[in-house]
Ligand binder design. Structure first.
Ligand code: NG1
Ligand code: ZN
Length: 560
């Protein structure tokens, strides 16, 4: 680093002192904390984004959001050149940067890292970092801190893309690095045109007699509902009522949103007995998650939840059907047929009944630790890899080679059997690959794909929910002195530390029919999470409570 660069960093960073007595960690999805603690962290992540951009000679994204957390929290995460999460190899550097005690330490760290990574500052053309933020009030000043961080690296420029959903920013980074249109308008255009294409390809016979085009959306008082209202105008065929847009005084994620609905299994605010039987969907605060639900007759608060596992199952069913149409009969012996590898990826939070169902479909099911960075990585190993967390975060990844093959196949079929079922299947798969975000889980693309598949199959939300019956489950969280005392293995299904805790959990779980339980430290909150499943709700609740007590005995000082 030359002197100009050093003094620029010194001047800027002294205006962003790190908070005292707080240790920050990049966690499951970037840094998250009370917004008042984050000025310095976001400034430093701005520096990291600029360095990542210099290193990769690509556009990088920086998103300011704390997703489903309280409105008073905020957070920051990086989108890598392919639009995915920051390379895990850079996470230790992110942690070190965020926790460097003084400007001098910060500069030393950066100098060493730049040398080790061979990052050059005189690359000619300036490198770009795209910035986005959700609707949190603290977002504006944090965005300024990020901009200062980016511009304290010579040769890096910050481009503010405004208030966005998290997946929109990831999509833009992905598109820009492929030299494609990467503005918000391009995003809406791609989603709406691929949705219309899929709607046009619905077989006449499968359309239900009374197609239900009405959807009620809980926008979590965040950014997603507002963006969906813009998108709806381009769709022509869906009637979307958005509630909890944040414009009517509601608070972000408070009693609303996908996380609340999935964990509490009750209606969000502004929903109730008048909604019995309607198809409803909840987004989270930054619109990278979605869960569907309906209000059963006679209820005003209880819901029938259709979670991420069921969204995954619906997608898997549809994709599997299209792949088998493509490979049908005469196609088998034709030159160029392609046995696409379809795989699904879940975490230990996936309901046991969903995993059984997917296996019955003959699918390869892989389990990874929590956090989309792990799921995404595994899904990318397939030609078509579908991943979802039970909480509704997930997407479908298509390999480049499969997309190329599909495009060639479609052209070929166009000339020999235009309009055939096989050509339509190829077109549908191509449209799905454009509708569903290839960078990260996206509630808007996910919602449109669910809607089109339900229409394709002629299914109501009830029919969809009957794919399999969820095993009753319960999630709790336990506040402990040191959550890092819990260390897990086997995709978080086993706690290997503290010694003896897994044995205690096992002997408790063995008392329950269809019992399953595991614990893990949260990557976004200072808690240990407890998950329990059993044959009845009462039993799942009891098992979760007993495991909570075990955690307390081994580690804790109280439960929330
Ligand atoms: P943690 O706090 O590590 O459990 C939560 C979710 C993850 C993921 C991240 C990021 C659960 C149990 N965990 O992580 O699945 O979505 O937030 O938002 O829902
Ligand atoms: Zn989110």
């Amino acid at each position: 680093m030359n002197e100009e660069q050093q003094s620029l960093l010194l001047n800027c960073s002294s205006r962003f002192p790190p908070p005292q007595g707080v240790k920050l960690s990049y966690g499951t999805a970037g840094f998250r904390a009370h917004a008042s603690l984050l000025q310095s962290t976001v400034y430093r992540v701005g520096i990291l984004a600029a360095l990542r951009s210099l290193k990769t000679h690509s556009v990088i994204g920086l998103m300011i959001t704390a997703s489903h957390n309280k409105v008073s929290d905020n957070g920051v995460k990086i989108a890598d050149p392919n639009g995915g999460m920051l390379s895990q190899q850079w996470e230790p550097f992110a942690d070190a940067l965020a926790n460097a005690p003084s400007p001098q330490d910060l500069i030393r760290l950066i100098s060493e890292f730049v040398e080790k990574e061979n990052i050059s500052f005189d690359g000619g053309r300036p490198v770009e970092v795209l910035l986005g933020r959700d609707t949190r009030p603290s977002g504006d000043s944090l965005l300024k801190a990020a901009t200062e961080g980016i511009t304290s690296i010579v040769g890096a420029v910050a481009i503010d893309m405004g208030i966005l959903t998290t997946p929109q920013l990831h999509w833009m980074v992905h598109a820009r690095n492929k030299a494609l249109g990467a503005l918000e308008h391009d995003y809406f255009e791609q989603l709406s045109s691929s949705f219309r294409c899929l709607m046009d390809l619905i077989p006449m016979g499968s359309k239900s007699k009374e197609p239900n085009n009405n959807l009620v959306v809980d926008g979590a008082n965040g950014v997603g509902g507002v963006k969906l209202q813009i998108l709806e105008k381009l769709l022509n065929s869906l009637v979307i009522e958005v509630r909890n847009t944040g414009k009517d005084g509601g608070v972000l994620n408070e009693g609303v949103g996908a996380d609340y609905v999935q964990k509490e299994k009750v209606v969000p605010r502004s929903f109730g007995s008048n909604d019995v039987g309607k198809r409803c969907v909840s987004l989270d605060g930054d619109a990278d998650r979605l869960v569907y639900f309906s209000v059963p007759p006679g209820s005003s608060t209880k819901i029938d939840l259709v979670d991420g596992d069921k969204i995954l199952s619906l997608f898997a069913l549809f994709i599997k059907e299209q792949l088998s149409i493509l490979n049908e009969k005469e196609a088998k012996n034709e030159k160029g047929s392609y046995e696409a590898r379809l795989g699904v990826v879940q975490t230990a939070y996936a309901n046991g009944a969903s995993t059984d169902y997917l296996k019955q479909l003959g699918l390869e099911v892989i389990l990874t630790p929590t956090g989309v960075k792990y799921l995404h990585e595994k899904a990318a190993e397939f030609d078509v890899g579908i991943y979802f967390e039970a909480n509704g975060h997930g997407t479908i990844l298509f390999s480049e080679s499969f997309i190329c093959w599909l495009e060639a196949r479609n052209n070929e079929l166009c000339s020999v059997s235009k309009g055939s079922e096989r050509q339509k299947a190829a077109l549908r798969l191509l449209a799905v690959s454009k509708l569903i975000n290839q960078a990260v889980g996206d509630a808007l693309g996910g919602l449109l794909l669910v809607e089109v598949i339900l229409q394709h199959l002629g299914w109501s939300i009830h029919r969809w929910n009957e794919l399999y019956e969820d095993l009753p489950s319960r999630q709790l969280k336990v506040k402990v002195e040191d959550r890092t005392a819990v260390v897990t293995a086997n995709a978080e299904t086993v706690a290997v530390r503290p010694p003896g805790i897994q044995e205690a959990i096992n002997s408790e779980t063995a008392k329950y029919h269809q019992g399953r339980s595991f614990i893990r430290p949260s990557g976004t909150e200072d808690v240990i999470r407890v998950y329990a499943e059993a044959s009845t709700q009462e039993a799942a609740d009891r098992l979760a409570n007993s495991v909570t007590k075990i955690v307390d005995q081994f580690l804790g000082f109280g439960r929330s």
